[in-house]
Structures are given as C-alpha cells and as structure tokens.
Design a protein around this ligand. Structure first.
Ligand SMILES: Cc1cc2nc3c(=O)[nH]c(=O)nc-3n(C[C@H](O)[C@H](O)[C@H](O)COP(=O)(O)O)c2cc1C
Length: 202
C-alpha cells in the first residue's frame, strides 16, 4: 500500500529557508523509499490572500446556488481540502516568524478549517471530520522555545490540526539556528536524522 504525504512549505527566505531545506530532505528520502509518495505545495510561491468576507460567504451558499465569483472563491478552499483528503500524512515545514506561524500558512489553515466540511460543531464541542490522517511538523527557529511557555507555535498547530481530527502528530525541531556557535549545524543534523527516522516509519 502506498502512503501519500502532502508536504507544505512556507519559508520566505528562499534558498536560505531552513524549514524548506528540511522539507526537501523529507522529499528526497521519500523519493528513495518504496511505498511513499510525496506532493509539495509551496505557500509562498502560491500567494494565498487573507481570508475575507466574500470568500467566507461563498462557503455558506449551496454549491448549485453560487454566483460565478462565489464559485471561483469557494474553489480555492475546496481544492485545498480535497488535496488534504487525498493524502495520508500532512508534513508542515514551519518557520517561526515573530513568535508565530507564517501568515501564508495561516491563510492555508483558514481555508482548511471549514465548519461543515472538515469539522462540525456539536453539543459536545467541535468534532473533526478529517479521519485517518497524521501530521509531521518540521519546526525551524532562530531561538529555543520547545517545551517553554514561549512556544506559541506548537500548541497552535496542534490545536488547528486537532480541530479537524488530526491528532497523531510527530514533531521535529530545528532550534537555535540563529544562536551562533555550532548550534545551527548540530540542530540541523539532528533534525535531518529525526526526519530519516520518521520517513522510515511512515
Ligand atoms: C521575519 C522573521 C521573524 C523571525 N522571528 C523569529 C522569532 O520570533 N523567534 C525566533 O526564534 N526566530 C525568529 N526568526 C528566525 C527564524 O525562526 C529562522 O530564521 C528560521 O530558520 C526561519 O525558518 P526558515 O529558515 O524556514 O524561513 C525570524 C526570522 C524572520 C525572517
């Protein structure tokens, strides 16, 4: 059986993007591994706009009643949700920018977390509708925050994935990349090893 991985990158640093380099390492290892197929979506190349009222409103109109522009707006989220559903694993390569996730990745989540499609509200709270999937997070950071209250990123990512039902999450940290000394090289080497271990197990 083939496992399909959707690899999402969101670094604005081009060739110097470390989370993207880690994602590329994942893609290289996936290509060498039988039974694992990977698709790459670069959210910076894509330039998804912020979610706004017209696009949000387009989701609330029944598909057969949408105007031409509503159909076009709803298609953005529909396509991203279909892509997610077609894969077994979502790999998010996430830079830390100003203590949060890149706005490009937030724009992706804003299309993926869609009431009535990927989760629904119930009397017992929200229920995820994306079943049988797992996530891998590749987190690149200038400083070191893992396991501290300043890690605003990991709880946010886990909460967003959890809302739609993705609760099995593996995390690889590459931290201290801007701290000088040999922090950067050892953190990247460790992260690459972590990725190799995960790819072998997927
Ligand atoms: C605009 C910007 C904001 C950043 N903010 C933070 C930050 O708040 N904390 C931190 O530890 N590193 C910060 N950094 C450093 C990045 O986390 C680091 O460069 C990391 O490698 C970014 O991922 P990328 O290389 O995949 O783009 C920032 C870098 C940039 C470009």
């Amino acid at each position: 059986m083939t496992t399909r991985a959707l690899v999402i990158t969101a670094s604005i640093l081009g060739e110097n993007g470390q989370s993207k380099a880690l994602a590329e390492h994942f893609l290289t290892l996936a290509a060498e591994r039988d039974g694992l197929e990977a698709t790459h979506r670069d959210l910076v190349a894509e330039e998804l706009p912020h979610l706004g009222l017209d696009e949000l409103g387009s989701w609330q109109v029944a598909p057969e009643e949408r105007s031409a522009s509503q159909r076009q707006l709803a298609a953005r989220s529909d396509a991203l949700i279909s892509e997610l559903r077609e894969h077994d694993v979502v790999v998010l390569a996430v830079p830390l920018y100003n203590l949060g996730i890149p706005s490009q990745l937030k724009a992706w989540f804003d299309r993926i977390l869609r009431a009535g499609e990927t989760f629904r509200y119930t009397a017992k709270g929200p229920q995820g509708l994306v079943e049988g999937k797992r996530a891998v997070l590749l987190l690149a950071r200038g400083g070191q925050y893992a396991g501290t209250p300043l890690d605003s990123q990991l709880p946010h990512l886990e909460a967003m994935l959890g809302l739609i039902g993705i609760t099995e999450v593996d995390t690889v940290f590459a931290e201290g990349l801007a701290m000088g000394g040999n922090h950067r090289d050892s953190a990247l080497a460790e992260a690459r090893q972590g990725i190799a271990g995960l790819v072998a197990r997927l």
